[in-house]
Design a protein around this ligand. Sequence first.
Ligand SMILES: Cc1cc2nc3c(=O)[nH]c(=O)nc-3n(C[C@H](O)[C@H](O)[C@H](O)COP(=O)(O)OP(=O)(O)OC[C@H]3O[C@@H](n4cnc5c(N)ncnc54)[C@H](O)[C@@H]3O)c2cc1C
Length: 399
Amino acid sequence: MAVDVAVIGAGVVGAACAHALTARGLRVAVIDRSSAASGTSSHCEGNLLVSDKGPGPELDLARHSLALWRQLAPQLADDLGPAVPPVEFEPKGGLVVTITAEGAQPLIDFAAQQRVAGVDARVVSLAQARELEPWLNPDITAAVYYPEDCQVQPTIATEALLAAARRRGAVSYFHHEVTGLITGKDGRVTGVRTDRADIPAASVVLAAGPWTGELATRLGAGVPVWPRRGNVLVTTRMPHSVFHKVYDGDYFGATQSSDAALQTAAVIESTQAGTVLIGSSREQVGFDNSMRVEVYAEMAKKALRVFPFLADAGIMRAYGGFRPFVPDHLPIIGPDARMPGLYHASGHEGAGIGLSVATAELVAAAITADSPRSPLGPIDPAPFAVQRPSLQAYLEEAA
Ligand SMILES: Cc1cc2nc3c(=O)[nH]c(=O)nc-3n(C[C@H](O)[C@H](O)[C@H](O)COP(=O)(O)OP(=O)(O)OC[C@H]3O[C@@H](n4cnc5c(N)ncnc54)[C@H](O)[C@@H]3O)c2cc1C
């Protein structure tokens, strides 16, 4: 069946694109070599954060996304009814702490910069921090409270976005691996080639997460998106003891660094099911998914510095995923001038759940020559353009 748009990848970004495109009345096919949320979107956490982003385009996109998630969470519940579980949207707020004397001032300075950019970042006293999180280490040296931070259950959120798109006519082709693009005589993309069928489409969106770099090269439109491994420990269920998204200020350094070596920082939150998720690590090891004890040990040790009570928690399981990493730390969103009809939507590294919905608005607006729909007003697509200066060297290498 010919469609207006074929979306490659049924992770949160592909699902959000399908949702935004069908909202504009387009016929959409979502193609995945496996099934919905089979990639990173089910091997992650579901934090929707402004707290970890400094002033700049990623923070702007995150603020639009948060505003969109606030609208979408109840709308998805209404559209889908009781048959699809709620996305577990929790506007719980975030608390960023530091344990070291030298970490305190940078945390407070970072919050001041964010406030200038419009983020609600409140430096709180240690007593106030302990009111917010009674089990927090009493030796913390500084804390900043971010009421805007939220959380969703990422796998359910992906499935819900896709289910809502399906109700508006989107078709999914699961277990179809994309092997190439179909192009017309003028070089314009006219569809997608898979190992099972060709799918004609007027436009194609590439949303293959950490596999985008590899696949884009095969499709003749290489972009620098590579895997960056991350791990999470999951405790057994316990009485609700962690009330916000809580993390160590070290996390900023890890998110902004391009270091390939192992980095860990304590990122802790509870889920509605009663488990506590303890993240996280970052390292560039290709698609090696081996579970290394030293990585989990380091994460656990750092989590205990924030919440000593976790020493008594049982670990139920551990998992890891691959963040889609881009060397300049910004996602790649929008049309590819090298191949008319091809649009990119990937490279969100550790923030793809949060950024997915505003990304989808940018993609849908570019395809329909419409404006992105955000409660906060216009979204500037320029910083995320494929052909931006900071990616030029990589694109030339890929040519
Ligand atoms: C440990 C960890 C914690 C994280 N925590 C957070 C967090 O708290 N908040 C947040 O916002 N983000 C977080 N992230 C990042 C987030 O998970 C990702 O940015 C996001 O899931 C990327 O979504 P995606 O749709 O781009 O990719 P994916 O979910 O990986 O989807 C890509 C899809 O493409 C498909 N595909 C690939 N190649 C082909 C092909 N040739 N043909 C057909 N299909 C193909 C795959 O099967 C896959 O389903 C975390 C990541 C990790 C690893």
